[in-house]
Design a protein around this ligand. Structure first.
Ligand SMILES: [Zn+2]
Ligand SMILES: [Zn+2]
Length: 465
């Protein structure tokens, strides 16, 4: 009972979609657009629909388009079904009504949507479902519903087009938390979002642990921690509050980070620890339920996996790393890097060359091959130099970036890639325009504005809204 169903379209994708819709008409005629979405059962009572592709028909695809109705050509519709219905995806269609304010579904909408819900469920083996949305003419305000397969009943669907799908309704207390008094300037909503945000942290070592401490203090109470390693003496130069005693007691790093969070919030926090590698299926499932994925590991394979999960579940990803090298003349160069690939397309860690796929492949190879590769200089060893203060710059900046994403004072729609260099003390910001790729195997998203020639369609068959 009472399952919450939501449709979550990331901000950049929603604005691209909106723009295409508005461009596909002359004045304020009704327009329609389609999204093909994957259903994700986030928890027992929470279902989230994530768009995989979208299509907005151009004016040529309409048989009739006016302020009081729409008729799509059968030809376009066949094209749509043949090319975009991927088994397992459900169909979302959004159309507009003339006027401002949240419109109501009309009698005609009810009739055709009901028929259409039945039609698609009976025409495809995976029985796709229909989610329909109706918006005002400017595509500002609207509502959604999902039909059952028999086209008889529908349920409300919550729409979210922000970076994080946090429901502020489940607010537990109205008393502002004294602990965050000095952060009130950023707004109450911002604090609530932070308090409810569930962060998946992959890598609880030198960078991850500081990151968790800082983001925890900012207000994040819900965590999934993933790291297969145990604390070692060599870690003690850069982990707050870690002790030799913990090393002797064989503490996993995830338990150590949990301990840090529990020191901030004894009761109100939820921390799930998963002491395995991220490639493990259980770890992946836990990450899929998070609102934000953060990866702070020292290898390429886990970063690749994190990026794949972020793309699959359409979650924002923040990637942290540091690197120290010593030049032949003995001067050290130190770097830290914070990368946030855009959610839902344009570029990712793989096509942006932020990680190296060859290395990722080597890291997934059996230990023996790995050993040979390390000998040949393909891999950085575990003896990588690492210092607390540099890791802290990296972790602090990443927490600042997340604070900006949650509060909205930092726009990450095109993604960010910042590299800090020391002792030059330079921040270099990659121009993300150069990272954009059209046909990445990993992040290539099919979005299109379609023109279908009115060649040989059957005039007697129309699809109407
Ligand atoms: Zn309508
Ligand atoms: Zn890519």
């Amino acid at each position: 009972m009472n399952t919450e169903i939501s449709l979550h379209i990331p901000p950049k994708m929603w604005s691209d979609f909106q723009q295409s819709m508005l461009e596909s008409r002359m004045l304020n005629e009704e327009v329609i657009g389609f999204l093909f979405c994957q259903r994700h059962q986030v928890s027992k009572r929470k279902i989230r629909y994530i768009p995989k592709t979208w299509v907005v028909p151009t004016a040529e695809c309409y048989e009739h388009q006016s302020t009081d109705g729409l008729v799509l050509t059968q030809h376009f519709h066949s094209y749509l079904l043949e090319n975009h219905i991927t088994p397992g995806l459900d169909i979302v269609h959004i159309h507009t009504h003339a006027g401002q304010g949240i419109p109501d579904f009309s009698y005609v909408d009810n009739r055709y949507e009901s028929e259409y819900a039945r039609f698609i469920a009976s025409s495809f083996p995976k029985k796709p479902r229909l989610i329909s949305g109706v918006f005002d003419e400017n595509l500002q305000l609207g509502k959604f519903r999902i039909w059952n397969r028999r086209g008889r009943e529908f349920e409300r669907v919550k729409f979210c087009n922000s970076l994080f799908a946090i429901s502020n309704s489940q607010d537990i207390t109205n008393n502002p938390d004294l602990m965050f008094t000095r952060q009130q300037i950023f707004g109450e909503t911002n604090q609530k979002t932070l308090n409810q945000l569930k962060v998946g942290l992959i890598g609880c070592g030198g960078i991850g642990s500081i990151f968790a401490e800082l983001l925890g203090r900012l207000g994040v109470k819900n965590w999934v921690l993933i790291d297969p390693d145990k604390l070692e003496t060599v870690n003690l130069n850069r982990m707050t509050g870690a002790t030799q005693e913990m090393v002797e007691q064989n503490w996993y790093k995830v338990h150590y980070v949990k301990h840090l969070i529990k020191k901030i919030y004894a009761q109100v926090s939820h921390v799930k620890t998963v002491p395995t590698i991220i490639e493990n299926e259980l770890a992946k499932q836990e990450i899929a339920s998070c609102d934000l994925i953060v990866v702070a590991t020292d290898n390429h394979l886990s970063r690749k996996t994190a990026q794949e999960l972020a793309l699959q579940y359409m979650r924002p990803l923040v990637c942290l790393g540091t690197h120290i090298e010593v030049k032949p003349d003995n001067t050290p160069r130190m770097y830290c890097r914070i990368t946030v690939p855009p959610m839902g397309g344009d570029w990712c860690l793989m096509c942006g060359n932020i990680i190296n796929l060859q290395r990722a492949a080597l890291e997934s190879a059996p230990a023996q091959i790995n050993h040979m590769a390390a000998g040949a200089g393909y891999l950085e060893g575990v003896n990588d130099p690492s210092v607390f203060w540099l890791n802290s710059i990296c972790a602090s900046t990443a927490v600042g970036v997340i604070h900006g994403m949650v509060s909205g004072f930092l726009n990450v729609d095109s993604g960010i890639d910042w590299i800090y260099e020391f002792p030059g003390s330079d921040w270099r910001k990659t121009d993300t325009k150069y990272l954009q790729t059209d046909d990445c195997y990993f992040c290539g998203m099919n979005s299109s504005v379609n023109i279908v020639q009115n060649s040989d369609f059957d005039h007697e068959d129309f699809i109407v809204w």
